[in-house]
Design a protein around this ligand. Structure first.
Ligand SMILES: *[C@@H]1O[C@H](CO)[C@@H](O)[C@H](O)[C@H]1NC(C)=O
Ligand SMILES: *[C@@H]1O[C@H](CO)[C@@H](O)[C@H](O)[C@H]1NC(C)=O
Ligand SMILES: *[C@@H]1O[C@H](CO)[C@@H](O)[C@H](O)[C@H]1NC(C)=O
Ligand SMILES: *[C@@H]1O[C@H](CO)[C@@H](O)[C@H](O)[C@H]1NC(C)=O
Length: 330
């Protein structure tokens, strides 16, 4: 072997070990709800948006994606533009609420994909064909959706997904047919998106994993943990394992009703990190380099907690409500 060829092999071995191409950078955030215990959801909006932006800016790596939970922005409805039609940052169009514009600027400045969940309003004056603008024979002025909005690293709305499997949520509507939604990050990783209760159903979740073969899924949630088989982290872990995909989750944290649960699950390889913030509640950001499912690199999963840590967390979780399936007593 000549020396140049030897050097070339040495260099490629070196870059293979140290290359970033086998991973991407992720932040998932558990957010207290109601934020700072403000029970009026209109008063909550500004402080929580400030907190989102502060958290986005606080991350000091070249982020690919940051995920926030379901419902933590409260109940101020906004219109949402179709993907790639309108740059919201500094837009003067009044039907888009100020907070949506601020979040668009935050994604653009940080050069990251940003996923948030909010209350979307659709005007029924010129109803889009996929909307049900009547309810029980009555014509509605507008309809509301539980919507995930994905901003790309240039601040554009890259995707939006209206939750298909509503959990109660009687004031909200669903579209005429389920949306199967994907988006790409700046590193060209394709993600699917589902919201909370969706995880227990085939549609649209299995359309993403079985039909489109997506390898990454984001999951904003405001889960109500139930014993024995449907506590939040257990459900997330189980779904990621069964579908063998990377599942990024962000939970709204409301311990007294059993809500919370945020993590990064690497398919059959297990949880890279996971957290439930115990009472009295709070906000927590997990930041990680996530190995791609296609990479042969074994992730450094080191999340086997010590008995002392488990005891300490258990003591703090005393006020965390757990619903119990009635058949447990049957
Ligand atoms: C929210 O309320 C709980 C219980 O009343 C309290 O312990 C906690 O400190 C409050 N959190 C904030 C951020 O004010
Ligand atoms: C939005 O406005 C701010 C403040 O004037 C400015 O710094 C920023 O560059 C603007 N961004 C875009 C995308 O227009
Ligand atoms: C992602 O794909 C686009 C077009 O398909 C390409 O221009 C860009 O360079 C790719 N980016 C990366 C990081 O591979
Ligand atoms: C999703 O999958 C179901 C079967 O599970 C199928 O009936 C439906 O057509 C699929 N929807 C889309 C939009 O691909």
């Amino acid at each position: 072997m000549n020396i140049n060829r030897f050097l070339l092999i040495l260099i490629s071995a070196f870059t293979a070990v140290f290359s970033d191409s086998d991973s991407y950078d992720v932040a998932v955030v558990e957010v207290q709800f109601p934020f700072h215990n403000i029970t009026n959801e209109n008063e909550m909006l500004n402080p929580v948006v400030e907190e989102y932006i502060k958290l986005i800016k606080s991350v000091d790596t070249n982020l690919d994606i940051i995920l926030f939970p379901e419902s933590t922005l409260g109940a101020q409805p906004t219109a949402v533009p179709l993907p790639y039609t309108h740059l919201l940052c500094n837009s003067t169009t009044p039907q888009y609420k100020e907070y949506l514009k601020q979040l668009s600027c935050a994604a653009l400045e940080k050069k990251t994909t940003l996923v948030v969940n909010l209350l979307e309003v659709v005007d029924c004056k010129n109803p889009p064909p996929d909307e049900h603008c009547t309810r029980q024979g009555r014509k509605l002025e507008s309809v509301y959706h539980n919507t995930d909005v994905v901003f790309d690293h240039n601040g554009y709305v890259a995707a939006r997904y209206r939750k298909w499997n509503l959990f109660g949520e009687s004031s909200k509507s669903i579209t005429r047919s389920p949306e199967v939604v994907t988006f790409k990050t700046k590193s060209n990783d394709t993600f699917g998106i589902i919201t909370c209760f969706d995880i227990l159903f085939d549609v649209p979740t299995l359309n993403l994993t079985k039909d489109l073969h997506v390898k990454n899924v984001v999951f904003p949630n405001h889960w109500f943990s139930e014993l024995p088989y449907l506590t939040a982290l257990q459900t997330q872990h189980m779904w990621a394992q069964e579908n063998d995909v990377v599942l990024l989750t962000a939970g709204a944290n409301t311990p007294h009703v059993g809500s919370g649960g945020t993590g990064i699950f690497l398919g059959h390889k297990g949880a890279l990190d996971q957290v439930i913030v115990p009472s009295p509640g709070g906000t927590k950001l997990l930041l990680h380099k996530v190995p791609r499912m296609t990479s042969s690199q074994e992730p450094a999963i080191d999340n086997v907690a010590s008995d002392e840590d488990i005891d300490a967390l258990a003591a703090k979780m005393d006020d965390f409500k757990l619903i119990i399936d009635p058949t447990v007593y049957g």
